[in-house]
Ligand binder design. Sequence first.
Ligand SMILES: CNc1ncnc2c1ncn2[C@@H]1O[C@H](COP(=O)(O)OP(=O)(O)OP(=O)(O)O)[C@@H](O)[C@H]1O
Length: 164
Amino acid sequence: MILVETLLYLVRGGEVLLILKKRGLGAGLYNGVGGKVKPGETPEEAAVREAVEEIGVKPLQLNWGGLLEFWNFVDGGVESVHYVHVFTSNSYVGEPRESEEAIPQWFRKEEVPYDKMWEDDRYWLPVVLGGGRIYGRFEFQKWKLRRWSLYLLEEASQPLLDLV
Ligand SMILES: CNc1ncnc2c1ncn2[C@@H]1O[C@H](COP(=O)(O)OP(=O)(O)OP(=O)(O)O)[C@@H](O)[C@H]1O
C-alpha cells in the first residue's frame, strides 16, 4: 500500500497547533493536521481540506516544509509506504475547534510533547518549525522506529540546469 499524505502545522507567534487524534492511524498521539491526498487533489488542496474537516480552520497560505517517507515493515515485507508533504501556515481563518477526529491544542514551540507523538517527529519537526525544509526517510518495524536518515534541503546556489 502506497499512500500520499499531508501534515500541516498552524503557527501563531511562538506557538504551534497540534491535534490529539481521536481515531485512525496514530490515535492517542499528538500530530499535525492531515491525512490522505485524494484522487484529483494536489497535496496543498488536501492539506487545506483536512484542516477544514479536522479543526474547522481554513489556511490561506501554505509554506512547504519538506517531504517525508515512512516505510512500515511487517514480517520482512513492506506493509505500507507513506509519502508525506509537510506544510506550515501562519495565515488562516477560523478558530480551531474539536471534531470527531481531533482535539486541537496550542503548544509553545519549545514545549511540543514529543513523548506523546510519533517517534520520528522529534528529529524533523524542530527543523521545520525553525523554517528549514527537510527530506527524511524513516523505517519502522510494526510502527517501531528502526532506522532513519534526514537531510536539510538547501537553496541551490547554482542553476541546476543551464539553459544558455
Ligand atoms: C510513522 N510516523 C508518522 N509521523 C508523523 N505523522 C504520521 C506518521 N505516520 C502517519 N502520519 C500522519 O498521520 C496522518 C494519518 O491520517 P489518517 O487518519 O490515516 O488519514 P485520513 O484523515 O485521510 O483518514 P481517513 O481514512 O479519512 O479516516 C497523516 O497525516 C499522516 O501523514
